[in-house]
Design a protein around this ligand. Structure first.
Ligand SMILES: [Mg+2]
Length: 369
């Protein structure tokens, strides 16, 4: 079997109103769907996103065209060679958008391989578990959203089965955020896990201040306290608080995670296969972390990461987006994922990633030509 073509379709849709974290505001949601065709008619689907529409969008198409000659004519099962050949040309960069595009291609290769051998991707990667606890991500800042509305969102999450939830901090003065954390802890009770995420909003001494003020509310983790490149700052925060530090959603390849490990930056890595280099590289990052008994709680796209986290021994918990993060989240794929009554998500037993994009719906939001 040989790869015959690699294409990308770009889509973006608006949110009802912008949502903000500690550092950024998001007006819409974007999706770049990568299709890998073969001479036997099997097609692999992968996707990336994570940038607002327009940002890097034409560059994504350009990069797909740039990588395409590396893939055409290859056997998809040579995924490691394909990865190395895509990543080697340092002209287009070793991190950033080019690695995100490599990620989407690599994820499509795994979907393709799963479809060829009729197995779900997590079994191909090495099955470790069939289900994993999940947390519902949210708790963003929005116009008109006060403490009461924040509490209502968390109550909805509990009704959906959540046994763990995440909220944003870093967007308002520290004492106001501590008050938000208090209200959420009181809303969810003592037994539901409360995760806080600053999205790089602080410098180290600010992160240490809020960490100490939040400790009595027992956060399960404190995510991205400082800038992704501030490895020493992560380490300083980690040493100054009893709250476990989580980071890594903005980190790339095994080399980036090696640097985080070298600085004792975090106890938990939010590795994201759509960013760091795909599922192939995710498995190497997970192995590197396992050698230090560090845990992996993947960031983003539950439809991809359910396979990643079910294939590793050091998986902790799955991030789960609902329509508060993406209004079309339960509609863009034909098989929407759900939390069960215990707050777990089960890995699909369908071949490949086990997802079918809802092309009819997506067509309304297509970008470019
Ligand atoms: Mg985050």
């Amino acid at each position: 079997m040989k790869i015959t073509d690699v294409t990308v379709e770009r889509y973006a849709w608006p949110r009802p109103q912008p949502i903000s974290n500690g550092k950024y505001t998001y007006v819409d949601v974007s999706l770049n769907l990568v299709h890998i065709q073969t001479d036997e008619g099997v097609t692999g689907v992968g996707w990336g996103g994570g940038t607002a529409s327009g940002q890097g969008s034409d560059l994504t198409t350009t990069l797909i065209d740039y990588f395409k000659p590396i893939l055409v004519g290859e056997d998809p099962f040579n995924y490691r060679r394909i990865w190395a050949n895509m990543w080697l040309p340092k002209l287009v960069g070793r991190r950033g958008l080019s690695t995100r595009v490599i990620s989407a291609i690599d994820i499509a290769l795994w979907d393709l391989m799963g479809k060829i051998v009729d197995k779900p991707v997590y079994k191909l990667l090495g099955g470790y578990r069939d289900r994993i606890p999940a947390y519902i991500a949210g708790g963003y800042y929005e116009e008109g959203k006060g403490l009461r509305e924040l509490a209502q969102e968390m109550e909805e999450n509990l009704l959906l089965g959540a046994k763990a939830i995440k909220m944003k901090i870093g967007g308002v003065p520290i004492n106001q955020d501590v008050e938000r954390v208090r209200v959420v802890r009181e809303t969810i009770g003592p037994d539901v896990k409360l995760l806080v995420d600053a999205n790089n909003a602080y410098v180290a001494h600010e992160a240490i201040e809020i960490a100490r003020k939040m400790e009595k509310y027992e956060p399960f983790w404190f995510e991205e306290p400082v800038a992704p490149d501030d490895y020493r700052g992560h380490g300083r925060v980690a040493r100054a608080t009893s709250i476990p530090i989580a980071t890594g959603e903005n980190e790339y390849t095994r080399y980036g995670f090696r640097d985080l490990i070298d600085h004792d930056a975090a106890a938990i890595f939010n590795a994201d296969a759509q960013i760091l280099g795909g599922l192939t590289e995710f498995m190497q990052v997970a192995a590197l972390a396992a050698a230090q008994d560090l845990l992996i709680a993947p960031h983003g796209a539950q439809e991809v990461h359910i396979h990643a986290v079910c294939a590793i021994s050091n998986g902790l918990i799955l991030e789960f987006y609902r329509e508060t993060v993406d209004p079309l989240r339960m509609q863009i794929f034909e098989e929407p994922m759900k939390l069960d009554a215990e707050g777990y998500v089960a890995a699909p037993d369908r071949p490949g990633l086990g997802i079918t994009p809802n092309y009819e719906l997506l067509e309304r939001y297509r970008l470019g030509g």
